[in-house]
Design a protein around this ligand. Sequence first.
Ligand code: PGA
Length: 232
Amino acid sequence: MIYAANFKTNHTRASVGKYLQHLDSFLQFQNDTLECYVFPPLTALDSFYNKRVKVGVQNAYPVHNGSVTGEVGLEQLNEYNIKSIIIGHSERRQILSESQELIAKKYEFFKQNGFEIVYCIGEPLEVRENEDLKEYLSSQLEGIDLNYDKLIVAYEPVWAIGTGVSADIQTIESTHQMIKKMIQNKPLLYGGSVKPQSVKEITDIKSVDGVLVGSASLKVESFQEIMTNSLG
Ligand code: PGA
């Protein structure tokens, strides 16, 4: 089972250092089948020496280095041995107007560089209510090589992100079954208001291989509770 924490624009370098230490000690007593990722803000990157937690980035630009003001490229990530990245998160698609073309370019670049990619897809409410869901989700997979062996897909319905209410079990189950067929059975995470109280019934669904957690991952105790409740 995969557990990924997306801190978004929260935490500092100091608090991330403490968080990871805490989390790593917790993980030492967990089964090897548990995989754990943390995606802190870029300013918190450091030379972390964690044994079990994989630290990744929420975004980067598809260049080695160069002139892209305000962005970081591969050279900066290599300095901290970062090997995992989130691509296609709905907040970047919507708030930052990232196009599918740019998203696919990022995907290709970080794939060429051997990164583990957590690739996000998910529909807004008006699409679920009025449009062809399969077609919409397929368009978010355009230009994405689904054969890549380090691909993890995350299904995050936009209407469930940060709302405190996750999608219901039937919705997650049926949508995951549909997506699994589209992504050649790659690992598929669910994201959108996952909490310690709701995680078990979500991860008990057969087509759910893990969770991508925002708000409920910000406190290390809460993220750990998500893992223990899910496994328990
Ligand atoms: P949330 O965020 O858990 O706060 O809904 C999930 C995400 O956006 O990855």
